[in-house]
Design a protein around this ligand. Structure first.
Ligand SMILES: N[C@@H](CCC(=O)N[C@@H](CS)C(=O)NCC(=O)O)C(=O)O
Length: 122
């Protein structure tokens, strides 16, 4: 039963990924200078995520729409999962890692992440 639910969730997640791919959001256009400045700022942001998680798809759509070349880190297993747990305190995705100088913050909740990105880059 547990396995069936997991398979259903994974299947639904992949369907959402497919729909996202078909109806991909349009990227915002900026001048070269402004985009270059934003690209630089985005280097300090990393998104921890799962490929087929609906909340991650929603967040990735916002990242694409805002034209942010952000590194995505797969937290399904391995090093990035361990980093997320150690840094943020729980394995829940999406999670935005924000580095400001020596200070690192971990932002959970897709709606909060999107609101933050919209405010900063929208
Ligand atoms: N309210 C959260 C929900 C996030 C959520 O439930 N994420 C699931 C994946 S879809 C998760 O991280 N589950 C933990 C796990 O599967 O280990 C948001 O909007 O970001």
């Amino acid at each position: 039963m547990k396995l069936l639910l997991k398979a259903l969730r994974e299947g639904l997640g992949r369907l959402i990924v497919l729909i996202d791919w078909i109806f991909s959001p349009k990227k915002v256009k900026r001048t070269q200078t402004v985009q270059a400045e934003i690209d630089k700022q985005v280097e300090s942001l990393k998104i921890y995520q799962f490929y087929a998680c609906p909340f991650c798809v929603k967040t990735r759509r916002a990242i694409k729409r805002l034209n942010l070349p952000m590194e995505t880190r797969n937290a399904q297993s391995g090093q990035f999962r361990a980093e997320l747990l150690a840094g943020g305190g729980e394995v829940k995705v999406p999670c935005l890692r924000v580095k400001e100088g020596d200070n690192i913050t971990w932002m959970y909740e897709s709606s909060d992440i999107i609101a933050y990105l919209d405010k900063r880059f929208g």
